[in-house]
Design a protein around this ligand. Structure first.
Ligand SMILES: CCCCCCCCCCCCCC(=O)SCCNC(=O)CCNC(=O)[C@H](O)C(C)(C)COP(=O)(O)OP(=O)(O)OC[C@H]1O[C@@H](n2cnc3c(N)ncnc32)[C@H](O)[C@@H]1OP(=O)(O)O
Length: 582
């Protein structure tokens, strides 16, 4: 059996292919907007209403069924087979599917769905295949949120002229082609030439610098995002960033509170918009520069399509310019001018029963729930000798290992020991609470592998907690999702580590243990993107291909497109993205 998880096409095909079945995914219209602000008073009235929705937390966490053994996993299927027989069967499945749905579904999509089905041991007759793909497509709509930040690759792509805001910004314009040389688009300005006053807002609103160290203001941002941040088209799932998470993510060393910007209704001070930036020393290929990492752009649902987002973006840009920084990095599911790379979501089932209950996953026709549970079962003990939770004393070694490992990618954050401490230890929850696997308020998990003889740290891995509200579900209020954060292994430094499979094997062990820890910490699903070295373990560890894409963007910086991680015959081709955006 297998989860439905998201089936998609390789990102490079997205622009051409997704349009072909855009009508099938009609819950993803192009983002367009622009109604006048004349009804603003009516909006203010309605934003005073309570935002009450059924967002109750999950009280019914289920017991996982483990027998304490690591089961042999079935080998994963390859994404394409040259076998003529298989091709013929699949082309018949596509025909049967088209007859079943009355739609014209691209063969490439059918193939990819069936590859995932097969990886779960479920591919069957033509008719069963057609039914499996139909079910998968039906369920695709629920994955928009877990895919990251919404948006299917090219579905919402508009012509440049239609991007009223983005066509005015120093970003590579759509179709521009790779630059001859890397570099800025607009030169930096001296501080006195930067606009000194905030941009004007519509009269009923005001800017508000958010002090994220203040628990009540962190809670306000948490509540805005919990009700209005990214969700799927059917309003089934919506990201639920905790206040603790936001405090962790927004207080990186050197942060400025002026980069945490809210919009409030003047009359009642209600927070209705937000955007944030934090500093990041970034290396893009050979160039290192200070940049801002932009995240958590959100506008209250009742104020959408009124061009508030461009105002928030311009205001945060102004605040960042005032501090002498002129480049930024950000990610989004939507396509705006112009992604520097596109990665795809992948999902590993942990709590199969719950994932099926909430329709995150489904049981295909020729699979049973029991088999699906068995296939996804994990040991409750980590497998790599020397694996333990990271502590303060590991910081120097982890910093060194991280830096060396990350040199292998084209775009990475450069971190010193203080930043490493922040990223991996400062979100580790309240000491002495919870159990071995999860402390109260824990948002990030970090583990190291220590060599018993030399006491050298040979590997580390981390993941973070980002739950989603399961909207209006009678039993489950929360989808507990773990997301892969940074990791590194000294296996990468062994000569021919790719060709001889040393790195692949070590990473499978390392991230396999991350799955075990996450499972013990009662996460329901473990998510990762096709970036860094992830393609070396995703299939083997039973991640299923997602239908969600996450686009990476650079503001005021040109560089040729960066590779997400790909592999051919087990050997990596290109190492591009090494930035994890939380
Ligand atoms: C040097 C320093 C530079 C710092 C800044 C660097 C740039 C940072 C850029 C921001 C990085 C954010 C990273 C994240 O947080 S990605 C997460 C974004 N948040 C959500 O998806 C939450 C749910 N949605 C909402 O809250 C609203 O729909 C938002 C606020 C997203 C748009 O509100 P609304 O729906 O009411 O629209 P509008 O009428 O105000 O404005 C329409 C214009 O806005 C463009 N748009 C819409 N969505 C996005 C998006 N995700 N990235 C970039 N642009 C976006 C759109 O193409 C159009 O421009 P153009 O097509 O006409 O040209």
């Amino acid at each position: 059996m297998y989860c439905i998880f998201i089936y998609g096409l390789p990102a490079r095909d997205a622009d051409t292919t997704f349009f072909a079945y855009g009508n099938l995914l009609s819950n993803h219209p192009p983002t367009e907007m622009s109604s006048p602000t004349s009804k603003i008073e009516e909006i203010i009235d309605t934003t005073q209403d309570s935002d009450a929705q059924d967002d109750s937390d999950d009280n019914g966490a289920e017991e996982h069924e483990h027998d304490g053994t690591q089961r042999q996993q079935e080998p994963s299927s390859s994404t394409a087979s040259s076998s003529k027989k298989k091709k013929k069967k699949r082309s018949k499945a596509a025909k049967a599917l088209n007859a079943l749905t009355g739609k014209s579904i691209p063969q490439a999509l059918v193939d990819q769905v069936l590859d995932s089905v097969k990886a779960e041991g479920g591919e069957g007759s033509e008719q069963a295949n057609a039914e499996n793909v139909r079910q998968a497509l039906e369920h695709m709509k629920i994955m928009d949120v877990v895919k990251g930040k919404a948006g299917f690759g090219g579905l919402n792509k508009k012509d440049m002229g239609e991007h009223k805001f983005w066509s005015t910004q120093p970003v590579p314009q759509l179709g521009e082609g790779p630059p001859e040389e890397d570099g800025y688009i607009e030169p930096s300005q001296p501080a006195e030439e930067v606009r000194q006053d905030p941009y004007p807002l519509p009269k009923d609103f005001e800017w508000s610098i958010i002090d994220i160290t203040d628990p009540s203001q962190a809670t306000e941002v948490h509540e805005l995002l919990s009700l209005h941040y990214v969700e799927d088209g059917d309003a089934t799932f919506r990201f639920k960033y905790s206040a603790e998470f936001l405090q962790w993510a927004l207080q990186v060393p050197g942060y400025s509170k002026e980069w945490h910007i809210g919009v409030r209704v003047k009359s009642n001070k209600k927070l209705v918009g937000f955007i944030s930036g934090v500093p990041m020393l970034l290396r893009v290929r050979k160039n290192k520069f200070m940049s801002a990492e932009i995240n958590y752009l959100c506008v209250h649902k009742k104020l959408r399509s009124k061009r508030l987002a461009p105002l928030l973006i311009k205001e945060v840009t102004r605040q960042i310019h005032l501090q002498g920084i002129f480049q930024a990095i950000y990610t989004a599911g939507v396509v705006v001018p112009t992604p520097v790379s596109t990665t795809q979501y992948q999902h590993r089932n942990l709590n199969v029963t719950k994932l099926i209950d909430i329709q995150f996953s489904f049981v295909p026709r020729n699979m049973t729930l029991a088999r699906m549970i068995r296939l996804n079962q994990l040991s409750n003990k980590t497998q790599l000798p020397g694996m333990r939770e990271m502590t303060e004393k590991d910081i120097p070694q982890v910093t060194e290992l991280y830096s060396k490992y990350m040199e292998r990618f084209d775009m990475v954050p450069i971190m010193n020991a203080q930043e490493v401490r922040h990223q991996f230890l400062s979100g580790s929850g309240k000491a002495g609470t919870g159990d071995k696997w999860r402390r109260d308020g824990q948002v990030v998990w970090a583990y190291v592998v220590e060599d018993n003889d030399t006491h050298k740290i040979t590997d580390f891995m981390s993941f973070y907690s980002l739950p989603s509200t399961v909207i209006n579900h009678p039993k489950h209020g929360l989808l507990e999702a773990a997301y892969l954060h940074y990791y590194a292994s000294d296996a990468a430094f062994v000569e021919n580590a790719d060709e001889n499979g040393v790195l692949k094997e070590r990473l499978q062990g390392l991230i396999g243990d991350a799955l075990i820890v996450a499972n013990n910490a009662k996460f329901d699903v473990f998510n990762a993107l096709t970036m860094m070295d992830n393609s070396l373990f995703l299939k083997e560890l039973r991640f299923a291909v997602g239908n969600g894409f996450l686009n990476f963007y650079l503001y005021n910086w040109r560089t040729a497109p960066l590779a997400g991680m790909k592999e051919e015959n087990g050997v990596p081709v290109g190492r591009g993205i090494g930035v994890v955006m939380v």
